[in-house]
Design a protein around this ligand. Structure first.
Ligand code: GUN
Ligand code: FE
Length: 404
């Protein structure tokens, strides 16, 4: 089926670039993009037009790091740093996901909220419970969200109610992968919580699974907080840096997603780039938990693949347009801290990181790329304060990210 969508189309095909097509057409064939143009394209003369008039058509967002069960504690417990926060607030909440009824309820609400806020692709952590993880996958698929979801692995340093044995962790992960590897919309991803949560034995077994299933990627946390990093050093005295604890077990590889990387130095950043590891930058969470401000601008200059995550519920804002503007603010803080020697992220760059950079992870193209399924949102800025002068589409786009 051929169809046309009309409006002011704004896409970010590369970092810093904005493709703006005013009063443009997005031409679709069976949901796949055929072209973006200012004129009605050839072959689409009889196609129905969905005309959004003066509204903006933007790329939808990709949230590359969030914790589904933590949606139940959104906006709460922001008064302690990471390691205390996990023990005091997070683990008790995640333990509740042994209850399928509770999990179903929370995940349904989260999935609806993602779509309502324009997030169509995710790389998401569940809890350690396999049953709850299946419910999460189903809720996301029903809502129209695609991507990867992972059953969390944690066989040490959890809590009495939130821990699994090494054997359980391995067996449940194998089961989870076997049962879900052929899913089309939400696919499984290996999810060791972070090095302090996983014994060496478990890491070794996860490395074997990663090698057996080369198409199944890995996600985890890296260099988020200085106390966490000290702890990792104590647990793995043979590793010079945190990333090597993943590398040692074959989990540090192309398309591995590492959340945070706040304190990754030049050597760790070089390892990230060399391996093709993807950074999920979570600026709001990093400030809420007093973790620090990640050197995102430097990472981009080094050619590292940087994406954005809401990191619910270290982060308290699910809408990715808020995550984008928070990333811009954080990068300005970094610039203020470094004697104005570094540039900060621009709005088009932030938009790129929250859209194209993430969509690429799932095989998406640059901007509204021909041959890709449509991932778009329509923005109505009609309720915004009346501007004192007419705004350009570019200005309306910028204002929408900041003011929605
Ligand atoms: N490191 C290990 N687990 C977590 C988590 O749930 N949230 C954050 N922000 N960091 C973590
Ligand atoms: Fe996280």
């Amino acid at each position: 089926m051929r169809q046309l969508i009309r409006g002011h189309i704004v896409a970010a095909p590369s970092p810093g670039a904005l493709d703006i097509t005013e009063n443009g057409y997005l031409a679709l064939e069976n949901g796949v993009i055929r072209c973006v143009s200012t004129e009605r394209p050839d072959g689409f003369a009889d196609a129905p037009v969905q005309d959004f008039g003066d509204r903006l058509i933007l790329q939808s967002f990709a949230d590359m790091h969030l914790h589904a069960p933590q949606y139940a504690m959104l906006g709460l417990g922001m008064d302690v740093p990471l390691l205390e926060w996990l023990q005091r607030y997070t683990y008790p909440v995640e333990a509740r996901f042994a209850d399928a009824g509770y999990a179903r309820e929370v995940f349904e609400r989260l999935a609806q909220a993602l779509i309502a806020n324009g997030t169509t692709r995710v790389c998401i952590f569940s809890s350690l419970h396999t049953d709850a993880t299946l419910l999460l996958m189903e809720a996301l698929e029903r809502a129209g969200v695609t991507g990867y979801a992972g059953k969390v692995n944690m066989d040490r340093n959890g809590s009495e109610e939130l821990i699994e044995t090494t054997e359980e962790s391995v067996a449940e992960t194998r089961l989870f992968i076997e049962e879900n590897k052929d899913r089309k919309l939400i696919k499984p991803i290996l999810t060791p919580r972070f090095t302090p949560s996983c014994t060496n034995e478990l890491m070794e077994e996860l490395g074997k699974i990663a090698a057996e299933y080369p198409d199944i990627p890995v996600q985890s946390h890296l260099s988020e907080n200085t106390d966490e990093m000290k702890w990792v050093k104590e647990l793995h005295p043979d590793c010079a840096q945190y990333w090597e604890t993943y590398d040692k077990y074959g989990l540090w590889k192309d398309h591995t997603v590492m959340a945070h990387c706040v304190h990754s130095d030049a050597r760790e950043c070089a390892a990230i780039r060399r391996a093709g590891v993807v950074v999920a930058h979570c600026a709001g969470s990093n400030i809420n938990l007093c973790s620090g401000v990640s050197p995102v601008r430097e990472m981009l200059q080094q050619g590292i693949w940087v994406t954005l995550g809401s990191d619910i519920a270290g982060g308290a804002q699910l809408p990715m347009y808020k995550v984008i503007t928070m990333s811009i603010r954080a990068s300005k803080i970094k610039r203020m801290e470094t004697d104005w020697s570094e540039d900060f992220l621009t709005v088009p760059e932030g938009y790129y990181l929250g859209t194209t950079a993430g969509h690429r992870y799932f095989g998406g193209g640059d901007g509204f790329a021909v041959g890709q399924p449509l991932h778009a949102i329509v923005v109505d800025d009609g309720d915004f304060p009346e501007p004192v002068r007419p705004l350009t589409v570019r200005e309306r786009f910028e204002r929408s990210l900041y003011m929605l």
